[in-house]
Design a protein around this ligand. Structure first.
Ligand code: GAR
Length: 193
């Protein structure tokens, strides 16, 4: 898992919303030098915008959610196994994967979060950063554990919070950085480890 031998690593992306990080990862994956191949996108939310984009780009999509998420996880494990997926990239995926799922999945799971973890886990990150008058914010790519926004940090990018920043402007500037560090973190994990 830790070395890139020239054969692209089968990857699944999990989303819940817009999917702009997914779009970015898809563009990255299509480069010759990229170590990943995106096999499918899963969303727990049928109307996730990113699914439409995936479909238009001929990427296989799955969208289902059971009242008990562990049933969805069972379905997912079967698909992941069948498609020989070795890397899952969470990209705005708003469900917490269970310990059991993470143990059973035979590969790595990465997540991107719009803060300088371990600070500001969870939702409303940008507003909380502004409310606390933080000088800096940023984004983090980390390995996933069953605890919210935790796990070994692979890469982090720090940016200055501007005096006139709103949650919206901060989000926009941080997203731009997310698009840079997610592919870099994947390379770090799979190629230059
Ligand atoms: C991104 O900012 C991502 O970092 C964040 O959701 C947004 C999804 O945007 N993820 C989390 O907050 C995870 N805890 P996108 O759907 O446009 O990629």
């Amino acid at each position: 898992m830790k070395s890139f031998s020239g054969k692209k690593v089968n990857t699944a992306v999990f989303i819940s919303g817009t999917g702009s990080n997914f779009k970015n990862l898809l563009n990255f994956s299509l480069k010759k030098s990229s170590p990943i191949k995106i096999i499918f996108v899963y969303s727990n939310f049928k109307k996730a915008k990113g699914l439409k984009y995936a479909k238009n780009n001929k990427i296989l999509i799955y969208s289902f959610v059971n009242k008990k998420f562990n049933l969805s996880e069972n379905k997912l494990l079967k698909i992941l196994n069948k498609k020989k997926i070795k890397l899952i990239c969470l990209a705005g995926f708003m469900k917490i994967l269970s310990k059991r799922f993470l143990k059973k999945f035979n590969g790595c799971v990465l997540n991107i979060h719009p803060s300088l973890l371990p600070k500001y886990k969870g939702l409303n990150t940008h507003q909380r950063v502004l409310d606390n008058r933080e000088k800096y914010s940023g984004c983090t790519v980390h390995l996933v554990t069953s605890k919210l926004d935790s796990g070994k940090i692979i890469l982090q990018k720090k940016i200055k919070v501007k005096k006139n920043d709103s949650a919206r402007s901060l989000k926009r500037r941080i997203l731009k950085e997310e698009y840079k560090i997610y592919p870099k973190a994947i390379n770090k994990l799979l190629v230059n480890y």
